[in-house]
Design a protein around this ligand. Sequence first.
Ligand SMILES: C[S@@+](CC[C@H](N)C(=O)[O-])C[C@H]1O[C@@H](n2cnc3c(N)ncnc32)[C@H](O)[C@@H]1O
Ligand SMILES: [Mg+2]
Length: 259
Amino acid sequence: MASPAIALAFLPLLLTLLIRYRFYFVLFYRAVLLRVWRDCRTGLSREERCFQYVLTNATPGDPESILDGFDSWCTKKEFISHIGPKKGKILDRLLSEHSPLTVLELGAHCGYSTVRIARALPLGARLFSVEMDQKNAAIAEKVIRLAGFDEALVELIVCPSDEVIPRLRADFDLEKLDFVFMDHWKKCYLPDLQMLEGSGLLGKGSMILADNVLFPGAPNFLRYIRRCGLYEWRVHRATLEYSKGIRDGMAELVYQGTK
Ligand SMILES: C[S@@+](CC[C@H](N)C(=O)[O-])C[C@H]1O[C@@H](n2cnc3c(N)ncnc32)[C@H](O)[C@@H]1O
Ligand SMILES: [Mg+2]
């Protein structure tokens, strides 16, 4: 007799939690449960499913239609953590304001942000995109070439960031990085930033844009940039890609070094 009464007593609390955290429940459903179910049903990864959709719906050589294909899939079908159209517009604006000639991207995944960056670069620019997962990189490579970008503009480096950063100067003939987009595992943001500082590739005015610093979050990275005194910085507040109601942000850093 006691259990229905206990259940009733907890009902308001349960409802409050459900309402307060509804966006996180939706994200968990879309990013985890739906993904596992579709992986089993199709025998494909979510990246492969997404790529198949883009391939059938986008126009080769047209980066806009490729980005639209990704956005449409990720909004209507499955969550994939591309930067997405809303935060993507902040990235677009910063690129058009700074016209960087040498760009490093950490975490290409399926190549969505790679295409987004490449299409905004001035003539003669080079984009080095780093992705450590072989399967993701294989999709990214196809997406980049489908968008019409050749290897002179976009070079995909299949390697963990901490192995490639120390080799950038010698192996890729780089003197200075004008723009770095960080969107790989959040625990790598701080060590990779410090490795970039040590490499001498950051010069006065080099910009670093780091995605998802509020969700999933990169607290050590934010603490460091607040204290180190090497950067002018701000956080662009936004919502998580392809989600409503989950607060996220991108950190924009401008290196104040002397080079
Ligand atoms: C959030 S996804 C990147 C999304 C992509 N930037 C976009 O907006 O379309 C993160 C990717 O970073 C890759 N990654 C994570 N840590 C890495 C590292 N240390 N070095 C290279 N790639 C890494 C993962 O394999 C994954 O594909
Ligand atoms: Mg991201």
